[in-house]
Unconditional design. Structure first.
Length: 157
């Protein structure tokens, strides 16, 4: 995303409710942990345009095409994480959630078996940086890092 002066972006409220094709940025900033502990989960001004650009790249390259293919709602169970939220959920210090490059997703109504099929489909047909299937949580972690995509995937028990 182009660096845009804050005034041109409008209020943060308008911004986080901006809709891409299927997703809104607010879905990536929403965090049960942030709500529970009453901590901020919106990027600082200095990082904001970078984070929004990263989210948009993940959505347009992976999540929108996946949504089109599956034709079912994709729930973002964890998108962007502020430093504090990442600490509270026990995320890695270098987690790509910190920059908006990663999201954890669940396909509405899907069993772990069906989620595994989605995992395999992404693995075979999509470009990504890291792809992790968590059968016990019934979620898939997927990240996008542009021309640095590593195409790494594994299942985590
Ligand atoms: Zn994740």
């Amino acid at each position: 995303m182009e660096k845009t002066p804050r005034a041109k972006l409008g209020s943060i409220h308008t911004l986080i409710h901006y809709h891409m094709k299927y997703f809104s940025y607010s879905e990536f900033f929403k965090s049960d942990t942030a709500e529970k502990y009453q901590v901020n989960n919106i990027p600082e001004d200095a990082q904001l345009s970078q984070v929004l650009g990263n989210i948009k790249a993940l959505v347009s390259n992976v999540l929108d095409p996946l949504r089109d293919m599956i034709a079912r709602p994709i729930i973002i169970t964890s998108g962007y994480r502020s430093q504090r939220v990442n600490e509270l959920v026990g995320g890695s210090k270098t987690s790509q959630h910190l920059s908006g490059k990663a999201a954890d997703i669940h396909i509405q109504g899907y069993t772990p078996q069906q989620m595994k099929t989605v995992y395999r489909t992404i693995q075979m047909y999509y470009d990504f940086d890291q792809l992790i299937f968590y059968p016990s949580k019934n979620i898939i972690h997927v990240s996008w890092n542009g021309n640095k995509n590593r195409q790494e995937s594994w299942v985590k028990a």
